[in-house]
Write a protein that binds this ligand. Structure first.
Ligand SMILES: O=P(O)(O)OC[C@H]1O[C@](O)(COP(=O)(O)O)[C@@H](O)[C@@H]1O
Ligand SMILES: [Mn+2]
Length: 650
C-alpha cells in the first residue's frame, strides 16, 4: 500500500493534529516505561498443583516484593501470612475465620497491605493497561485505591472511607480475592511455556484450563504436546501411545474423569486377553500414588494391551512411511513366537514376556478384530471429546515450534545438527530442509494437519514423526527404545541407549549457540536460546547455563519423574527490566502445607545477567512496533501541517 493511502487510512483514527499529538505523546511515554516481567517454564508434565503454586507465588517474586515493601513494618511470620493470603485468599480467610475469626480490624489491615502491594506491582504499567486487568465489578473503586498516594493528606479520609465501606457492605473478602489475583497478574506480565505440558503427571487437563484462562501466555510445543495434539486429531498410533503412557503412570483417571473418555472397551479387551498378567514390566510406574491390588492388576493388563496395539499400529505406519527411515523399530516381525526370541541386528534376545495372544505370527502387525474395534472406539472418543478438542485447539492456536521474543529464541528440544555440528539436512516430504527451514517446515505441517479435515489424513503421520522421529526438533534422539525396555532385560544396556542428536553436546559451546541464534535472526551477542526437554542433572554437577551463557536449559524436573535426576523441582527463568535470573524450586508438597508454613519459601536463584540500567518497553519487540507507529503518526502530523491531508474536526 502506498504511504499516502496508509496515512489517509490512519487519519480516520486520528482525524486532526490534537488527536495525532495526543497519541504520539502517549506512545512515547509508554516506550519509556520499564520492560515488564516475563517468566519461562518448561516440562510441566501434568504437575498442576506445583504449576499453580508457581503462578500464584509468581515463582517467589511476590514474597520477594513483600520482603522489600514491608521490610521493617512486618516480621517474618506476618510477611508469610500476607503472602499466603495472596496465594490462596479463600482458603486462608477460611482458616483464619476458624482459628480467630475475621475481625473488622483484620480486614482493614489486610486490605491496606494488599492495596499497598498492588500499587507496587502495577506501577510499571500504564493506567489503561491496569484498568483493562481490573475485574468489571470493582474496577472503579480499585482504580481509585491504586492511584491514591500514601502522603496525600487531602484524600486520607477518602481512602479510609472506601475501605471501611467495602467492609461494611460485606465485600471485603471479594476485594481481597480480586486484589490478590491482580497481584499475580501484574507480577508476571508474560508467561512462556516451553513444552511438555502433558504426560506422566496426573493433571495436564487442569494445567490446560489454567493456560486457557491466563492473561498472556505462549507455548512452544514439546514432543508430549504434539503427541496429544495428534491423538486429539484421531491419529491411532498417537492415541495408543498417549493412553499407554497414561496407564503406565497410573493416570487412567485423567483420561476417564479429566476428559471423560470411556476406557471400558480397552479394559475388557485387556482382561479377556491378558488375565494371566498380574504385575510385571507392565505394572504402572506409580510416582506418588498407590493403587490397590485389583487396580494394579487391571492397569498392568491394560498397559500391555494398549502397548501391543501401539506397536502394531506403529509397524503399519513405519511400513507406509519409508521416508521416516524407522525400520529399526519394526520389532514384531523379528520375533520367533514359539521360542519367544527377538532377532535384532544379528543378535538374539530372550523375551521377558512370551505371551502375545492377539498376534498372528504370519501377520504380526494386523490388529485382531477386538483390537480394531477398541482403537476405533478410542479414536472416535478422542475426536468427539469437547474438552480435549478445546485443549488441542488452544495448543494449535497459541503454540509454535519455536518463538523469537524480546531478543531470545525459545524451543523445546533441538535444532538437529549432523556429526560436524552443521545443521542436519533432512529429507522431509520429498525435499531437503535444515536449520530454521526445517522447523518452519514442521510448523507448517502441524498447522495444515489441524485444518485438513478431509485432505491428506496421514499428513498426521508427521505429528507421530515429531513425537519420536530421529530428526524431530522436539525429540532429537536416534530412537525410542520403549519396546526393548518392555520385552528384553539385557545386562548390556547399550541396547536401550537412545543416542542424542549432536545438538545436545554442541550446545555446550558458545560458537554453536551463536550460529543457531544467527540462523533464526536473533542477535548472537545478546540473545539467549531457551530450551526444555532434557532434565538438568544439577545433582551430577550439570549446569543449566550453556554456551558461555548464550543458552539456558530450564527443565529442572517439575515432573516428579525427573526430580531424582535433577535434585530440584523445576526452574523458572525470570526476565525483568533489570536482569535475567534462574530460580530453582523446592518440591511442592501441598496447598495445606503451603498454607500452614510460617516461614517464606526457600527459593534459591542465580542471576544470569544484569542489564546496565533498566530495560524499557522501547527495548522490546512491542517497543519496536510502537516506535514504528510513532514514525507514521509523525508523518501524518506533517501531512496535516502541510495540508496534504485535511484535518477533520467534528
Ligand atoms: O520411561 P518411559 O515412560 O518409557 O519414558 C521414556 C521415554 O520418554 C522419553 O524420554 C521422551 O520423553 P521426554 O520428552 O519427557 O524425555 C524417551 O526418550 C524415552 O524413551
Ligand atoms: Mn520433551
Amino acid at each position: 500500500m502506498d504511504e499516502l493511502k496508509y496515512l489517509k487510512l490512519l487519519s480516520k483514527q486520528f482525524p486532526n493534529i490534537p488527536a495525532v499529538s495526543t497519541e504520539i505523546i502517549n506512545l512515547k511515554a509508554i516506550l519509556n516505561l520499564p520492560k515488564s516481567t516475563e517468566h519461562f517454564l518448561t516440562d510441566l508434565h501434568g504437575e498442576y498443583e506445583a504449576f499453580q503454586y508457581m503462578l500464584k507465588t509468581a515463582s517467589g517474586v511476590i514474597e520477594y516484593k513483600i520482603n522489600n515493601i514491608f521490610d521493617k513494618e512486618l516480621d517474618d511470620i506476618e510477611k508469610r501470612d500476607l503472602a499466603t493470603l495472596i496465594f490462596y485468599p479463600e482458603e486462608k480467610m477460611e482458616k483464619i475465620k476458624k482459628e480467630e475469626g475475621l475481625s473488622e480490624e483484620w480486614y482493614k489491615d489486610s486490605l491496606n497491605k494488599i492495596i499497598k502491594l498492588c500499587k507496587e506491582v502495577s506501577s510499571i504499567y500504564t493506567r489503561s493497561k491496569v484498568r483493562k486487568a481490573l475485574p468489571e465489578e470493582f474496577a472503579y473503586i480499585i482504580e481509585e485505591l491504586l492511584h491514591l498516594r500514601e502522603d496525600d493528606e487531602n484524600k486520607k479520609d477518602y481512602h479510609q472511607q472506601i475501605t471501611s465501606t467495602i467492609i461494611e457492605i460485606g465485600q471485603a473478602q471479594n476485594f481481597i480475592i480480586s486484589l490478590s489475583e491482580l497481584i499475580q497478574t501484574f507480577a508476571v506480565d508474560k508467561l512462556h511455556i516451553i513444552g511438555d505440558i502433558y504426560d506422566r503427571g496426573p493433571n495436564p487437563h487442569k494445567i490446560m484450563d489454567v493456560l486457557k484462562n491466563h492473561h498472556n501466555v505462549d507455548i512452544q510445543w514439546g514432543n508430549h504436546d504434539i503427541l496429544w495434539m495428534g491423538a486429539g486429531l484421531g491419529h491411532k498410533p498417537l492415541i495408543a501411545t498417549a493412553i499407554r503412557i497414561a496407564v503406565r503412570y497410573g493416570n487412567l483417571e485423567m483420561i476417564e474423569e479429566g476428559y471423560g473418555i470411556n476406557m471400558r472397551p480397552l479394559a475388557r479387551l485387556a482382561m479377556e486377553n491378558y488375565k494371566g498378567d498380574i504385575c510385571n514390566i507392565f505394572c504402572p510406574k506409580l510416582l506418588d500414588k498407590d493403587l490397590d491390588e485389583k487396580e494394579r492388576r487391571i492397569s498392568t493388563q491394560m498397559q500391555k494391551a494398549i502397548a501391543i496395539i501401539q506397536f502394531k499400529l506403529e509397524g503399519n505406519l513405519i511400513k507406509r512411511r519409508a521416508e521416516f527411515n524407522m525400520n529399526e523399530a519394526l520389532y514384531l516381525e523379528k520375533i520367533d513366537y514359539d521360542k519367544g526370541i527377538l532377532y535384532l541386528n544379528g543378535n538374539e534376545y530372550e523375551l521377558t514376556d512370551k505371551n502375545f495372544p492377539t498376534i498372528d505370527p504370519d501377520d504380526p502387525y494386523k490388529l485382531s478384530p477386538q483390537e480394531e474395534e477398541v482403537i476405533n472406539q478410542l479414536s472416535e472418543s478422542f475426536k468427539n471429546n469437547d474438552k480435549l478438542q478445546e485443549d488441542i485447539r488452544f495448543l494449535f492456536n497459541n503454540g509454535s515450534m519455536y518463538k523469537k521474543y524480546n531478543g531470545n529464541l525459545l524451543f523445546h528440544g533441538c535444532v538437529p545438527l549432523n556429526e560436524d555440528d552443521d545443521f542436519a539436512c533432512v529429507d522431509v516430504g520429498g525435499h531437503r530442509a535444515k536449520g530454521k527451514e526445517l522447523l518452519d517446515f514442521f510448523q507448517d505441517i502441524i498447522r495444515k494437519s489441524y485444518s485438513d479435515t478431509n485432505g491428506d489424513k496421514d499428513q498426521r503421520d508427521w505429528l507421530w514423526y515429531l513425537w519420536r522421529g530421529e530428526y524431530s526438533p522436539l525429540f532429537g534422539k536416534d530412537r525410542m527404545t520403549t519396546f526393548l525396555r518392555y520385552f528384553t532385560d539385557e545386562d548390556d544396556k547399550s541396547l536401550y541407549k537412545e543416542n542424542k542428536n549432536p545438538y545436545y553436546a554442541a550446545r555446550e559451546n558458545e560458537f554453536t549457540c551463536k550460529k543457531i541464534l544467527s540462523e533464526f535472526g536473533v542477535d548472537p551477542e545478546k540473545g539467549h536460546i531457551i530450551n526444555g526437554h532434557t532434565p538438568v542433572e544439577e545433582k551430577r554437577g550439570e549446569s543449566p547455563i550453556k554456551g558461555n551463557g548464550r543458552l539456558l536449559v530450564i527443565d529442572g524436573g517439575i515432573s516428579a519423574a525427573y526430580q531424582k535426576k535433577t535434585g530440584i523441582a523445576g526452574y523458572t527463568l525470570a526476565y525483568t527490566h533489570s536482569e535475567m535470573r534462574l530460580i530453582s524450586h523446592e518440591p511442592f508438597i501441598s496447598k495445606e502445607e503451603a498454607l500452614s508454613k510460617r516461614s517464606h519459601d526457600t527459593v534459591s536463584s542465580i542471576r544470569i545477567m544484569k542489564f546496565d540500567g533498566k530495560q524499557k518497553i522501547a527495548d522490546t519487540d512491542n517497543g519496536a512496533r510502537l516506535q514504528d507507529d510513532v514514525k507514521y503518526l509523525n508523518k501524518l502530523f506533517e501531512a496535516y501541517e502541510k495540508g496534504i491531508i485535511r484535518e477533520k474536526y467534528k
